[in-house]
Design a protein around this ligand. Structure first.
Ligand SMILES: Nc1nc2c(ncn2[C@@H]2O[C@H](COP(=O)(O)OP(=O)(O)OP(=O)(O)O)[C@@H](O)[C@H]2O)c(=O)[nH]1
Length: 366
């Protein structure tokens, strides 16, 4: 994208059964966040590697600031809104945090948390998806004991099949197959020690953009080359876990065709972000688009003056056919960009959220 827009802060819900590796994954994100400032909401700080991250300060009332610009809060779900407000409070008119990750306790029902995020009337946040972590080695046993795991997979947007190092390649493939079948439209990625690419969850800022003191990342740059990272060898395919497609068009998009494409987006297409130009459909506004899993929203905003009128989209997923998606987007360009089709935009406007509809949206998403 040419420019970061003053968009809302994505709130990602991280769930999974006891011991599946949620905290390990969160630690990985905190270490690999680059210049991205993460707000983490956890049930307790117990396993967060705070000491290792040079704690910058204890902010009182169960919040700590980590040296790399991240904030952690230990909360009870009933206090969620209070902490979302706290983490999203602007500092000098700017967001202090780029993304919020809420780690559900191992026994929490993830849809309750998702519902709370969707129903929040905090205007600065947007739902960023539900990640479900499963333990590859324990998957069969967990499913037998807790059949609800299937339901959780069914509502997830991204499933991380973790602890891949604990089984052989055949068993890993078998479990991945079973999870994919249960996960419906979610993207499914295999990982060890939660080492997924953070780009799957949020837009990573380069480290240089970070404001403030020397961080854990700066101090541990050598981690990237193996270094003292004992787990590096377990997952050499960090970047092979997903595919992305970048699409740019000078020709405006046809609203009906683009909505048809989005409504039938394939399994595994986890994120879509960018801006759409609908040409005569709305001359004044560009449409920021944000999709994560099944959740899709358009945010109309006036074209910045002097900005070239382009549609720019990035699509990210696992197991997606990048060439086919690029062709489908090409086919969604308008044949008659100057013709006014009054009803053409109706399908788009269905996805422009009015905050009052939050409860309805929650029902739709879940
Ligand atoms: N072998 C192996 N161990 C892992 C992996 N990921 C996490 N672990 C270990 O599994 C244990 C549980 O990991 P956590 O990250 O605490 O799991 P959790 O889901 O946060 O646990 P709860 O908060 O208790 O639900 C820890 O001892 C981790 O070091 C992995 O990919 N492979």
């Amino acid at each position: 994208m040419s420019k970061a827009s003053p968009q809302q802060i994505p709130v990602v819900v991280l769930a999974g059964f006891l011991g599946s590796g949620k905290t390990t994954l969160l630690n990985h994100l905190l270490h690999r966040s680059g210049g991205t400032r993460i707000g983490a909401i956890v049930n307790d700080f117990g396993s967060i590697e705070i000491d290792a991250m040079a704690v910058a300060g204890q902010l009182g009332d169960s919040t700590v600031a980590l040296g790399n610009g991240c904030l952690c809060c230990a909360v009870d779900a009933s206090e969620l809104d209070v902490y979302l407000d706290k983490l999203t409070r602007p500092v000098n008119d700017m967001h202090a945090i780029d993304v919020i990750v809420i780690e559900a306790s191992g026994i929490a029902e993830p849809q309750e948390l998702v519902r709370m995020v969707l129903a929040s009337d905090n205007p600065r946040i947007v739902y960023g998806g539900l990640i479900e972590v499963v333990d590859t080695a324990e998957f069969d046993a967990t499913r037998e004991k807790h059949p609800e795991v299937e339901r959780h997979l069914g509502i997830a947007d991204l499933v991380v099949v973790n602890k891949g190092d604990r089984v052989g390649p055949d068993e890993r493939e078998r479990v991945l197959g079973v999870v994919r079948a249960a996960a419906g439209r979610a993207a499914v990625v295999s990982a060890s020690y939660g080492r997924i690419d953070p780009a799957l969850l949020f837009d990573c800022r380069p480290t240089e953009e970070r404001i403030g003191q020397l961080s854990f990342d700066d101090l541990h740059k050598h981690d990237d080359h193996g270094g003292d990272d004992e787990h590096a060898a377990h997952d050499g395919h960090l970047h092979a876990a997903y595919d992305s497609v970048a699409f740019t068009s000078e020709v405006p998009m046809d609203p009906r065709r683009l909505i048809a494409f989005l409504d039938s987006r394939p399994e595994g297409l986890y994120r879509i972000k960018g801006y759409v130009d609908f040409g005569a459909g709305d001359r004044d506004n560009r449409y920021a688009v944000h999709a994560v899993g099944r959740f899709l929203r358009f945010y109309p905003e006036p074209w910045p003056s002097g900005e070239e009128r382009l549609t720019q989209l990035v699509l990210i997923g696992s197991g997606i056919d990048a060439t086919a998606l690029g062709k489908q987007l090409d086919a969604a360009k308008s044949d008659a960009p100057h013709a006014v089709d009054e009803q053409g935009m109706w399908g788009v406007l269905r996805y422009v959220q009015d905050k009052g509809e939050a409860e309805e949206v929650a029902d739709y998403v879940l």
